[in-house]
Design a protein around this ligand. Sequence first.
Ligand code: SF4
Ligand code: SF4
Length: 428
Amino acid sequence: MRKNFETRYPGRVLIRKDKKFERLFLEAGKKNVELMKKAAGRAKAMDYFYEFFTSMKRVKEMRSFDGKVIGYFCNFVPEEIIYACGALPLRLCSGFYDSVLPAEELLPRDICPLIKSSFGFKILGLPYFDLCDAVIIPTSCDGKKKLGEVLSDYLPVYVLELPNSKDGEQSSKFWLSEIKSLRSWIEGLTGVKAGKSELREAIELLHERTAVFRRLYELRKCKKPVISGRDSLLVVQASFYDDVKRWIGRTSKLCDELEEKTRKNKGICPADTARLLLTGSPVIWPNWKVLNIVEGSGGVIVIDELCSGVQHLYNPVEVDEFTEEGMLRAIAERYLLPSVCPCFLRSDDRIDRLLELGKKFAVDGVVYHSLRLCQLYDMESTKVKRVLDEEGIPMLKIHTDYSLEDVEPIRTRVEAFLEMIKVGRVKG
Ligand code: SF4
Ligand code: SF4
């Protein structure tokens, strides 16, 4: 196998640059966009986001950025600190199917596709991973812990240690010290000190992003949905890579258009369409499989509880005191307390969050996405289902990976689930 590899870097591990994969990545995105564009009544402002994911414009733009680019995984890495150090953050979790197999040349087969796909980006020299000068990876699951070690053969890696529990003073103290060490590490990498004014500026910038995201979030509550789950998730995931100010501008424009649609009562589907909540393992571009099946079968995802969706942008850093210590404390809290990642010892707050979202967004059912070999979400699904059953909310668990082989059996189950919701409504 390895004899095909062209580039040796930095001596121990091999990187294969292959333009074919870049093309396949764009093609996978274009197929999704074709489906999304077919949706009746979609907002014109979405065209920016469709283009964003089907062209290399942003990659080219970032190549000319002369500061450091820092990649990260999961939802625990404070972007505020990266910006405060004059660097650009990029979230590297990947949903690309074709990079899974090449990664298996170096990683075991039996780990989740998200980890293999993301690592595949590194060994194939694909953007955005190839733009990164360093990577931050939290110890959120076993696969991530070990991925940090594997990646350190390629580039500088900071393994961000998470506490096992979010509760208690010991966890808070430990986490705050981790955040401070991370700041020192990034400062060392960039040569820029993230002091009081830099931190404040970064916090305020991301407050603007949260504010516009919350406008979009509120618009998803409309009785007649004005935006699909696919479009909403695409907007969130554009924020993983886009220039923040431009993203804020484009998302504001989208919200203006959606508000206009709401005023005119012009939705993307009839008001009696089954309203669904999507939860579970992260759904990441271009792995739109479950979204395409659900929304292509006549349901609409009105809200998600994904770390790659709403959870990524919803919470602002809430600062009591704009001192350096006060801001670092507020940043630490923001990236720990609201997280409902199943890597923590207890999952009660995730279940409470699901019930709360279910009520707020008037959902008819829950779609639970369980990525193959992601034990955390797989194991939690039984408890989540039990609680939802008690509340009379139907749940469909989809256990799958990034391949397209199981599309038809999943479609059949989704159609039956939507039919059951419809019948339940008539009886109700
Ligand atoms: S669910 Fe948790 S561990 Fe998995 S990718 Fe999201 S933040 Fe990371
Ligand atoms: S999907 Fe599951 S196994 Fe994969 S990285 Fe996230 S938490 Fe870990």
